[in-house]
Design a binder for this molecule. Structure first.
Ligand SMILES: NC(=O)c1ccc[n+]([C@@H]2O[C@H](COP(=O)([O-])OP(=O)(O)OC[C@H]3O[C@@H](n4cnc5c(N)ncnc54)[C@H](O)[C@@H]3O)[C@@H](O)[C@H]2O)c1
Ligand SMILES: O=P(O)(O)OC[C@H](O)CO
Length: 325
């Protein structure tokens, strides 16, 4: 199976490295000419994954036309750019493995739904889970969910995008896998705020648990399955992203918790903190579906500049309720 990766950020590069293990050829499309040159000449992506020696069988290109003739395309552009990049790529009926985590602003569509609009003939799979790119590229043990309704395609993809340290669990629940990845980024910002404001570990654990309840309510309302939400792409990724400053979303939250403004924190950053883009559209989608998501509401208020203390008071003074509600 000839694999190409669309997106030369940290995650696209790490996935290219997984797909290239054992000396298999992989094409990596990157937007930045310096990334293309660095991968081809020095076998390193200094801009987004510095310090990792990449397989020489990864060939980078800046020309989307070079993606033609592959058997599967891994789509790893940030969620807000998937529509434009896929729209310009020669997709046809080539299977797409969606690896971005987010909801498109405006349309309120998950990345897989965007792909279905842009490339209606292409079968869809979603790869998601607790995966810091640097750890995957370094060959540290990692497990992911690969969701695809077509069992035969799912198995063929799982056999190809694998190595001894990268373990793939199959699922047919594409929507559930996507919702976990999109929602956890927003919740990780909240956990970072707790860290930045020094609110303590009890508060962080409470946020993870209550945030997971929100993820579950939203996921079930959108047709996802409970087993997927408690799995790697849901709870697994939530726990990872809510526990480490290696997460860009968590780190953004730390800055907010320290009293810095979202505008200052997001200005000029080269790497993506998907939760900042997903938060407003997730709030819209939750309100439209009458799903109660107070932590997501709180993250939006924080991004809009409401002080942390006011947000915490509002969350703690909500009417008492049963935990299972
Ligand atoms: N980094 C990780 O550990 C990791 C792990 C799993 C999933 N993801 C997801 O993968 C996706 C990509 O994240 P990343 O970490 O690889 O990116 P990154 O933060 O390392 O790099 C930013 C990427 O955005 C691209 N970009 C910027 N402006 C663009 C535009 N106008 N059009 C198209 N592309 C543009 C850049 O070319 C670059 O590839 C995100 O949805 C992220 O949530 C990341
Ligand atoms: O750095 P983050 O917050 O984008 O998280 C990266 C991955 O999604 C973790 O699974």
């Amino acid at each position: 199976m000839r694999i190409a990766v669309i997106g030369g950020g940290a995650w696209g590069t790490a996935l290219a490295q997984v797909a290239a293990r054992g000396g298999q050829p992989v094409t990596l499309w990157a937007r930045e000419p310096e990334v293309v040159e660095g991968v081809n000449v020095n076998h390193e992506n200094r801009a987004f994954l510095a310090g990792v020696a990449l397989s020489p069988t990864i060939r980078a290109t800046g020309d989307l036309a070079d993606l033609a003739g592959h058997d599967a395309l891994l789509v790893v552009a940030p969620a807000q750019h998937v529509r434009a990049v896929l729209g310009a790529a020669p997709v046809g009926s080539t299977p797409l493995v969606l690896c971005a985590k987010g909801i498109e602003t405006g349309s309120r569509l998950l990345v897989g739904e965007v792909a279905q609009q842009v490339a209606p003939a292409a079968p869809i799979a979603v790869l998601s889970g607790p995966t810091f790119a640097h750890e995957v590229a370094a060959g540290k043990p990692t497990a992911v969910t690969l969701a695809c309704e077509d069992e035969d395609l799912r198995n063929r993809l799982a056999e190809r995008i694998v190595d001894p340290a990268f373990r793939v669990y199959g699922s047919a629940d594409v929507i559930g896998a996507e919702i976990g990845g999109a929602v956890k980024n927003v919740l990780a910002i909240a956990c970072g705020v707790v860290e930045g404001a020094g609110l303590g570990l009890n508060a962080r654990a409470a946020l993870i648990a209550r945030g997971f309840a929100e993820m579950t309510r939203f996921g079930l309302a959108r047709g996802g399955q409970a087993e997927t939400l408690t799995g790697l792409s849901g709870l697994g990724d939530l726990v990872l992203t809510c526990s480490s400053t290696n997460s860009r979303n968590f780190s953004l939250g730390v800055g907010l918790g320290q009293g810095r403004s979202a505008a200052a924190l997001l200005a000029d950053r080269k790497t993506v903190a998907e939760g900042a883009h997903t938060a407003p559209v997730l709030r819209e989608a939750a309100r439209a579906a009458s799903v109660d998501m107070p932590v997501v509401e709180a993250v939006n208020a924080l991004l809009e500049g409401v002080p942390v203390r006011q947000i915490v008071e509002a969350l703690l003074s909500r009417p008492l309720r049963e935990e299972a509600q």
